[in-house]
Structure formats: C-alpha cells, structure tokens
Design a binder for this molecule. Sequence first.
Ligand code: SF4
Length: 238
Amino acid sequence: MSSSQQHIAENSDGCELPETLRRYYLETMGIQVWDDVDASVATQVEVAAKPPVELEAWKTLQQTVTACTLCELHQSRTQTVFGVGDHQADLLVIGEAPGRDEDVQGEPFVGRAGQLLNAMLLAIGLQRETVYIANILKCRPPNNRDPEASEIDSCNHYLRQQIELIQPKAIFAVGRIAAQALLHSTATIGSMRGKQHSYEGVPLIASYHPAYLLRKPSEKRKAWQDLLLVKNLLEQCP
Ligand code: SF4
C-alpha cells in the first residue's frame, strides 16, 4: 500500500483514530457530517511501487534553489522554501508562495493556513507527511503581494523538476495564483474549481487556498467537494 493511502482511521503510530478525532478534523473544515462517504475505501487501494527516488537529484535541486538569485525576491527572503513531504507521494499540493511564517520556518503551509490544510488532507485520509507540498515560488514576495509573472517564470523550472521527480498521480492546486500559473489561465478560482484539469498529463484539481477559507468559512463546503474529487482521483489512478 502506498504511504499516501494511509487511512484517516490510523494515526502516525498505526493506531486507530478515534471517531471523535476524525469528526474533529471534519469540523475544523466546517463539515459537520460525513456519513455518505465510505472512508474505508482509501485503505483498500493497492498501488504499484514507484521507481527508487533519485536522492542525488533532489539534493542538487534543493541546493540550487537555496542559492538561487534568478529574481529579485532573493534579496528580501529570510530563506528559500523548497517544499516538504514524501518524494514518492501520490498527491502533490501546490500553493502560491511562502508567507511570513513560511519564510521564517523554511517550510510551506505552516501557521493557521497550514493547520487547516492538514485538516483538509486528513479529512480525505491523508496525513501531511504522506503528500508533497510545494509552492509556485520558493521565496516570499514582500508584504505577501501577488507574485509577478516574471517571478513565476523564473521559478517555474524548479517546480517542474519537482513534479518530474515525484511523478504524482494528482495535483491539488490551492488558490487562484497556483491554479492560474499551472493551467496558464486567467480564469477565477471559482470557475476553475469543481472539475478535473490536467497539468502535462497529471490530473489536477483546483480549489480555494486555506488562507482564503479561514477568511471565508462558508466556502469550506466547496473545498470539501474539491477534496472528494482528489480522493476519487487517487483511488482511480493505478
Ligand atoms: S523566487 Fe524562485 S526564481 Fe526567485 S530567487 Fe527565489 S528561488 Fe530563485
């Protein structure tokens, strides 16, 4: 069984997750009831082992990013935020760019938005460490402004290499900036979410950014629908 197929009913020690805790994760997402979803399905999918991870390629790529000065963002960053997670993950989560907390800690999706993302993943049976999480940009834009097109162009090949190394079964793009950059679109996130797209042959689901969901909890139910699309994709892919 793939590591990312670990079911919500198990915690990191392999022990059963109490029903109350499972419901806590769902309630954190704003989902009160999840009785119509067979949560046991995720444990039943057997997947073929992926090729050995090219550790040297990962190491070289991370060193290159750490030293990168291709765009002006290198001048204001505390550190680069390369990405985190399982190099053989079935699911790749892609956000926009590091925020203040991420810039300080060097890890994507920390702080409240990160906690909500963790809860979202757990709600479909995935623990954070079993997916890979990265951003379009590896350095924080000053004052959390939107990334500029030139910055996305400069940084794009790093994410592309990460995708080639991971070879995920599905991509979950969170937020307008990530979805637009990956899909080469100017559409709104509201029009991109709720359906399956493709990034160079990899199925992609777009949804709202957790930071947006914190500001607008009423949209969590739509995000939940998008998560179910992700879950279905992972179950369907060989
Ligand atoms: S954002 Fe990307 S391209 Fe720009 S300096 Fe950072 S790593 Fe380099």
